[in-house]
Design a binder for this molecule. Structure first.
Ligand SMILES: *Cc1c(COP(=O)(O)O)cnc(C)c1O
Length: 456
């Protein structure tokens, strides 16, 4: 009988190997023989135990829980390829509805369907929006007999990495407005000096990844309108509402950040953040059809019928679009409002807990956005070490440095999602306090260190 190797780096060796496996299972090459389905399931399932617990992951904005009926729908629709619009016409009808509902939520001009598409996330959505603005800029320049090289875009250092990705992949100069010691967002004042006739667009953020604050979108909008009046330059504002797009419309519906601002020509949102669906879902919407040059839309007929398509990917499961539709119907405006209000109440409570801890100062108090960011009040307090201590208790709470020119500021950031209850707020608050206490005692015990004040 074949004996299993039990001490190899090259093969998988679960402790119950002898019961289910009769041959080695290589890690890095395709196994020559397969396994029984239940054995394969158990093996993969157990390997994944090494992942963190999504319910304790405060690092990510991405939805980690949906209702059982959503799980059912997900399983039913994973096998349908969203791109096969002719084969799955109703999925395409639902896709259009989801995009239009999202556009209307952002006050796209009424009438007809919104122009836009579902994407894998905000990164793809942002690339599609900016590619459209780049092409529109090129066409306007050509029509005016002006050169079309060296396009640029203006953004703050508070943007997500996907913006730098767009700049590098699609060859657009990124003109980045830096942060300051006490300012982690941008407004018209930072944007204006960077604009010129080669600017294809300005990025404004509704909720930054770093602190959860928003750029001053109304001042940027007013600036762009003035520039158009005074210099005849038509510069679109793209709002990156990846995390804020499903918060602000429910928390503060009167706040004007969307298509109500005349310069806003496109918006992206991550439905897999506060749209409350599992990862793999974002949306880009344009103000109107004229903002998406027809030459970028592909018409595909080899799957039968004529299918307009604007995307970077081709195939993808339809499940995440279907899940967004489910969540829209399940929750309605009232349901989203309730969930957003409860997330904000919990994040505000967490911020109050943290503010009371000696050595921590809260940057965002969680009352406007379900994100709490805190910095250390004493330079010798190492928030990276605090983050590691919290990890020992199971909490995933990242520490990181802010972007240029605030890179000397280290923050601890917590995203409070729907599944994060008030009870968990209290437990996390106590664990942060205890870890901070341990950290400070250690700092105080360092040789040569004079104990500044007692803390008990
Ligand atoms: C999360 C995030 C992104 C990227 O979104 P994905 O959906 O993960 O691609 C972009 N911008 C901001 C502000 C974000 O918070």
């Amino acid at each position: 009988m074949h004996t299993l190797r039990v001490d190899s780096d090259e093969t998988l060796t679960p402790t119950y190997a002898g019961r289910s496996f009769s041959h080695d299972i290589p890690k890095f090459v395709l196994p020559p023989k397969g396994l029984a389905s239940d054995a394969a399931y158990q093996l993969v399932h157990d390997e994944l135990n090494l992942d963190g617990n999504p319910a304790l992951n405060l690092a990510s904005f991405v939805t980690s829980w949906m209702e059982p009926h959503a799980d059912l729908l997900a399983a039913e629709t994973l096998a349908k390829n969203l791109i096969d619009q002719d084969e799955y016409p109703q999925s395409e009808v639902i896709h259009e509805r989801v995009v239009t509902i999202t556009g209307r939520l952002f006050h796209a001009p009424p009438g007809g369907r919104a122009t836009g598409t579902a994407t894998i996330g905000s990164s793809e959505a942002i690339m599609l929006a900016m590619l459209a603005h780049k092409r529109s800029w090129q066409r306007r320049r050509e029509a005016a007999g002006e050169p079309t090289e060296r396009p640029n875009m203006v953004l703050g250092a508070d943007v997500h990495t996907c913006w730098e990705k767009f700049a590098r992949y699609f060859e657009v100069e990124a003109r980045v407005a830096p942060m300051a010691e006490d300012r982690f967002t941008i407004g018209a004042e930072q944007v204006e000096p960077l604009l010129d006739e080669r600017t294809i667009g300005v990025a404004g953020l509704l909720g930054t990844t770093f602190t959860g604050q928003s750029d001053d979108l109304t001042s940027i909008d007013a600036l762009l309108q003035r520039i158009e009046r005074e210099r005849g330059l038509r510069i679109p504002l793209h709002v990156d509402a990846a995390s804020g797009g499903f918060i602000v419309p429910f928390a503060r519906p009167e706040e004007r950040w969307d298509f109500r601002l005349p310069s806003v020509r496109s918006i992206n949102v991550s439905n897999h953040k506060f749209g409350l669906v599992y990862p793999g879902m974002g949306t880009v919407v344009f103000r109107d059809a004229g903002d998406l040059p027809e030459e970028l839309v592909f018409h595909i007929n080899y799957l039968g019928g004529d299918m307009p398509n604007y995307s970077l990917n081709f195939s993808r499961p339809s499940s995440s679009v279907i899940l967004q539709y489910f969540a829209f119907l399940r929750l309605g405006r009232e349901g989203y409002t309730q969930i957003v209000q409860s997330m904000l109440a919990n994040s505000h409570a967490l911020a109050r807990r943290l503010a009371a801890i000696d050595g921590l100062a809260v940057i965002t108090d969680g009352s406007e956005f379900p994100v709490v960011a805190a910095r250390a009040t004493e330079p010798e307090l190492d928030l990276f070490a605090l983050s590691r201590l919290l990890r020992e208790r199971g909490w995933i709470v990242p520490a990181y440095t802010l972007p240029a020119d605030a890179e000397h500021v280290t923050v601890l950031r917590m995203v409070v999602k729907e599944n994060f209850s008030r009870d968990m707020v209290d437990m996390l608050g106590s664990d942060v306090a205890a870890s901070m206490h341990a950290l400070r005692s250690k700092a105080d015990r360092r040789p040569g260190k004079v104990r500044r004040r007692p803390h008990c």
